[in-house]
Structures are given as structure tokens and as C-alpha cells.
Design a protein around this ligand. Structure first.
Ligand code: DGT
Ligand code: CA
Ligand code: CA
Length: 573
């Protein structure tokens, strides 16, 4: 199995972290970090080239030495340098670097003096006053570290689901190859596509006589085995992620999948329904008078309650069971329903790819149209476009379009900053020349709720088609902005503005409940990647996952429209 660029990038990242703890030459460390970033954003799988014996392309910052390492890592998954570094410091020590107040030197001291290898180790030692006595620490720093740790452990208690996908897919692949394994599914909040997950739950159906929990705990990414039995095990992976495994027999797989997918609230309603019909449901099946009557598939369990299959994304006891009973379940949106992407960046502002590269990538994903929406001038750090540069870009789009061969129709747009008072960052006369205007807040997040609401309402009074990432939250990093969502929603309906579900893994903004409110208020949602490079366009899938949790159907989403229908919508403003 060739390793993906992402995996190679993770190896370089780990080397950089470990070199940092060893206090290696900063230039060397930076070289590994830059190479890791280049690889994670590179569009072509290098492993495929290596497997075919082809030379690697010339990549910025990657010379002969790093190139040779890439070849070796794609073949073996590791390299001698990493093995040597891992032998010197356990890899979890690198996670300590993320804690404010700790640099490589202090992390080294903590490891060598107190054998501290994780944030929770550090918390215990600091609570006992052991850390303050170390050279270069002191009681004051110890207190600061304790505060930083509380925050750190809190923020990291739930992880962003979308960024866990490679780790989860890797583990599922591994389990599928374990002897005796017949079926493997991820359950829990991950399967329900919640934006964050507490831990990962995996269910396996296995033949009798195979010790699947044993093989699971032997997975190379496992850092610590928390519990281990004959039909279950819990481990912590090196990333800090906890994974619970359950093993059942095939005749119980559906019942167990239903049980461990949850939510708990959904399960409770099902069990009550079963009781009132003289049935008993548990993780092994459905029973009438002690007799097993269903359980092989989830559908077979729902059928005993005269219910159709309910999609995992809906299982939150938010009315889905009644909807199922009365034949009123939504026909949920799928990724194939999306015809375009209305919010992406190019290297004109803070993106990494050209307009053409973005267009070709969008075409490869099967999209019909793509709105180019770079940042506006006010956002200096993102090289936002002023009037002149935007006019130049509009010409460039016209030229590319008439050259043809893009496979998608480009729309001329902007992600214009909403200023503190709600005015937009570019003149109306210029905005009027664009096909589409996406507006967003990038600063002044902590205005009073009243001022924030007025600011957004004022923004919607202007020629704005989409309000991008409306709450501004970043999962684990920044809370949502405080404003009157219902008022903004009503105003969006009155002005004919759509609200965005930004599909970046840490944004996923609007969230599921807001999407459902928008649907009920008759406000369209636009699901956009907000891509900053061509690979990011794939994030649209996470937007769709969340939209399904918000009960969204095809007609609720702006970019399921054909180009002609979209243009009608855009021209109304
Ligand atoms: P999380 O991990 O906090 O993101 O959320 P979940 O939903 O994945 O919860 P988790 O990992 O504690 O348990 C996985 C599923 O197992 C849960 O969604 C429903 C089921 N489950 C766990 N404990 C109970 C329980 O006490 N009663 C019932 N009915 N189901 C449970
Ligand atoms: Ca879970
Ligand atoms: Ca769990």
C-alpha cells in the first residue's frame, strides 16, 4: 500500500517536532516544516510516481536529501532519522510543545527530570508542586502552566471530526485486514457526523475464535491500551484520540451498530416504542418473548417498529422518529447534488493556487461553476484586493473564460470585509459589476450583541448574496460571535440573501441547528469550501455531512441550482 502525501507530511512534521526538542539547527527544523506543508498541499500523489519508478517533480524547498527521504517513507512508512529520534524521545512529548509557556528546552527538562510525556502527566506533576522546583521553572511559571493546561485540556476534550478522517480511515483499513473480521463500521458521534467528537467508536463483526481486540491493540498508532477484554478494547492513539472497539457476531451487527451509533436520546425513544409493543431492543437484537426476531441489519431493527431506515445524521431525538412514522423524513442532500462552489480563494489573496488551477480542480470534482472570491483590501494580512487589483482579476477571468477549456463556468466575485459599522470594504459601484458578492466578518468579534446584530443587518442591506461563515467560530479555538441570529435570519429572508455553511473542517459554520432554522425560515444555505488551495475543494463533503444533520434537502441549498437558476437568484440583487 503506497503512503499518501498526507502521511509523508505527518512524518516530516513529527521529525521537525522531535528535532525541536533536541534543539537541532533551526534552519533544519524549518526545512522539515516547510516540506511538510508543501507535501500536504500538493495535488498529485507522490507515492504513485514512486511506485511507477518515475522521478519526483521539482518541489519548492525539497532537494535531493528530502527527496530521498520521501521515496523511502512512501515505501516503508518511516526513515532512519525518525526511528533514531523516536528512540531518544517518546513521540507524545512533542504534544507538550503546543502548551503556552513551554519551549523545546523546558519540554526536554520535563521529560528527563520527571519523565513527563503528555499534558495530563504535566498537570499531575504541577499539582504536586514538582514542576516549580525544576531548574528554569519556578512556582510562578508552575501556576501559569496549570492555568494554560486547564484551557488546553478543555479545548482538546472534543476534537473536530473532519480533521480526524485520515486517522479513522487508516484504522478502519487496518481492521478490515485483521483475520476473522467480517464487517467494520465506525459508530458513535463520528458516524452521526457531529462537528466534534469525544471519542471514536468502532464496531466489528467477527467469526468465532478470533481475538480481534488483541489485533486492535497491536495497531501501530496505539500509544496506550486503556482497557482490554475478549469482546472490547479501548486505546489512546498517539494523536491523543481515544478509540473504543466492540466486537459482535454477525447476527447482531445491525442491532449493535444502531446501539453504538446512538445518539443515546434516539436509542431511548426506540426502546420505549419497543416496550409499548411488547418487544425488547438491546445491542444484540430485537426480542419477542425471549426470541431473537431481528438484528442483522439496522433496517431489520427499525422494521420491527414499522419504521423506515433513519439516516445516522438525523438520530438526535429531534423529531426524526415522528417524521419516520408519518413518512415525512427529509430526502437528505448528497455531495452529488452540489453543482458549484461559491466561495474560494486564489493566490491573488491568501490562496495557494491560480484561478485556472482552481477551475480545473473544481471540474475534476464534477462541479459546473466556481465563484472566485478573494479577500478585499481591508484584510492586509491576506493580501486583500483593492479596486485596481480586483478590476485586473475580473479581466483575467474574462480572458480565461474566452480561452475555454476550463470545464467550469467562472463567476466574478469577492469575499468583501464587513467593516465595524456594517459598511462594505469596496465601493458599491464596483460591487455592482461583480457576478456575486460574498460578505464576511473578520475582526471586531466582541462587539456587544446589539451592535453586532446592527452591523450584520446593515451589511445585508447592501448588494450581498451570501453572508459567509456567519458566526465566525473556529472549533476548539474561537467561540461563535454573539448576535441575534433570528433577526439576521429574518432580514436575510426579506433581502433575499443566502447564509453560508462554510465547509472548512474547523469552521463548519453555520452549525446543524442554525441550518435547520434557516430551512424553516425559508432562507437558502450555500455550502462552500472556502478553499485556499485546490485540494481544499474536497472539504465540500464535510459541509454536506453537516447540512444533512440540519435536515437540508436539495431545494434548501443555493449551489444545487443549475447555473441558469443561480444567475436568476444573483440578478435579483
Ligand atoms: P461523543 O463520543 O461524546 O462524541 O458521543 P457519542 O454519541 O459517540 O457517545 P459515546 O462514545 O459515549 O457512546 C457511543 C454510543 O453508544 C452512543 O451514541 C450511544 C451508545 N451508548 C453509550 N452509552 C449508552 C447508554 O448508557 N445507553 C444507551 N442507550 N446507549 C448508550
Ligand atoms: Ca464516541
Ligand atoms: Ca465511546
Amino acid at each position: 500500500m503506497p503512503l499518501h502525501n498526507v502521511k509523508v507530511s505527518q512524518v516530516f512534521q513529527e521529525i521537525a517536532d522531535l528535532l525541536e526538542i533536541e534543539e537541532a539547527n533551526p534552519f533544519r527544523i524549518r526545512a522539515y516544516r516547510n516540506a511538510a506543508r508543501t507535501l500536504s498541499e500538493y495535488g498529485q500523489e507522490l507515492a504513485t510516481l514512486v511506485a511507477q519508478g518515475l522521478p519526483l517533480p521539482k518541489l519548492p524547498g525539497i532537494g535531493a536529501d528530502l527527496g530521498a527521504k520521501i521515496v523511502e517513507i512512501t515505501r516503508t512508512g518511516t526513515c532512519p532519522l525518525l526511528n533514531r529520534l523516536r528512540g531518544e524521545v517518546p513521540p507524545t512529548v512533542a504534544y507538550l510543545l503546543a502548551i503556552p509557556g513551554l519551549g523545546p528546552q523546558r519540554v526536554r527538562t520535563l521529560y528527563h527530570e520527571l519523565a513527563i510525556t503528555s499534558p495530563s502527566d504535566l498537570q499531575r506533576a504541577a499539582e504536586q508542586g514538582l514542576v516549580g522546583r525544576l531548574p528554569g521553572f519556578g512556582p510562578k511559571l508552575e501556576q501559569q502552566l496549570l492555568q494554560a493546561l486547564t484551557k488546553h485540556l478543555d479545548l482538546n476534550a472534543r476534537m473536530a471530526r473532519a480533521s480526524l478522517r485520515p486517522a479513522v480511515e487508516g484504522l478502519l483499513d487496518y481492521l478490515r485486514r485483521v483475520p476473522g473480521v467480517r464487517q467494520v463500521e465506525v459508530a458513535g458521534s463520528y458516524r452521526r457526523c457531529r462537528d466534534t467528537v469525544g471519542d471514536i467508536d468502532i464496531l466489528v463483526a467477527a467469526a468465532a475464535g478470533y481475538d480481534v481486540p488483541f489485533s486492535f491493540t497491536a495497531y501501530e498508532e496505539v500509544d496506550e491500551v486503556l482497557a482490554h477484554g475478549t469482546t472490547k478494547a479501548s486505546v489512546r492513539l498517539r494523536s491523543g484520540l481515544q478509540v473504543d472497539l466492540r466486537v459482535v457476531r454477525e447476527e447482531s451487527f445491525g442491532a449493535a451498530l444502531l446501539y453504538f451509533t446512538g445518539s443515546k436520546a434516539h436509542n431511548i425513544v426506540l426502546r420505549q416504542m419497543a416496550q409499548s409493543r411488547g418487544l425488547k431492543i438491546n445491542e444484540y437484537g430485537v426480542y419477542r418473548d425471549g426470541q431473537h426476531i431481528a438484528g442483522e441489519s439496522e433496517a431489520s431493527v427499525y422494521a420491527t417498529l414499522q419504521l423506515p431506515f433513519i439516516a445516522p445524521e438525523l438520530r438526535e431525538a429531534r423529531g426524526e422518529i415522528d417524521a419516520a412514522r408519518y413518512g415525512k423524513l427529509p430526502i437528505l442532500l448528497t455531495r452529488q447534488d452540489l453543482r458549484g462552489d461559491l466561495h474560494v480563494h486564489t493566490k491573488a489573496s491568501n490562496g495557494r493556487n491560480s484561478i485556472k488551477e482552481m477551475a480545473l480542480a473544481a471540474h475534476a470534482l464534477g462541479l459546473d461553476y466556481l465563484a472566485i472570491t478573494d479577500h478585499s483590501q481591508h484584510l492586509h494580512i491576506a493580501k486583500g484586493l483593492d479596486e485596481d487589483r480586483l478590476l485586473t482579476q475580473m479581466d483575467e477571468i474574462d480572458r480565461l473564460q474566452s480561452d475555454g477549456g476550463l470545464g467550469v463556468t467562472l463567476l466574478k466575485g469577492i469575499e468583501v470585509d464587513i467593516l465595524e459599522d456594517g459598511r462594505l470594504d469596496l465601493p458599491t459601484s464596483l460591487l455592482n459589476q461583480l457576478d456575486i458578492v460574498v460578505a464576511a466578518v473578520h475582526e471586531h468579534f466582541s462587539l456587544s450583541p446589539a451592535r453586532q446584530t446592527t452591523r450584520l443587518l446593515h451589511a445585508l442591506d447592501q448588494r450581498v448574496h451570501i453572508l459567509a461563515h456567519p458566526t465566525g467560530r473556529l472549533i476548539g479555538q474561537r467561540p461563535p460571535v454573539d448576535f441575534d441570529f433570528d433577526m439576521v435570519l429574518r432580514h436575510a429572508r426579506e433581502t433575499g440573501c443566502a447564509l453560508e455553511l462554510d465547509a472548512q473542517p474547523l469552521r463548519l459554520d453555520l452549525d446543524d441547528l442554525h441550518c435547520r432554522e434557516a430551512k424553516e425560515a425559508g432562507v437558502l444555505i450555500s455550502i462552500d469550501s472556502d478553499a485556499h488551495n485546490s485540494a481544499d475543494l474536497c472539504n465540500l463533503r464535510y459541509g454536506v455531512d453537516q447540512a444533512r444533520r440540519g435536515w437540508l434537502e436539495r431545494q434548501d441549498v443555493l449551489n444545487t441550482r443549475s447555473l441558469a437558476e443561480l444567475k436568476t437568484f444573483l440578478k435579483r440583487r
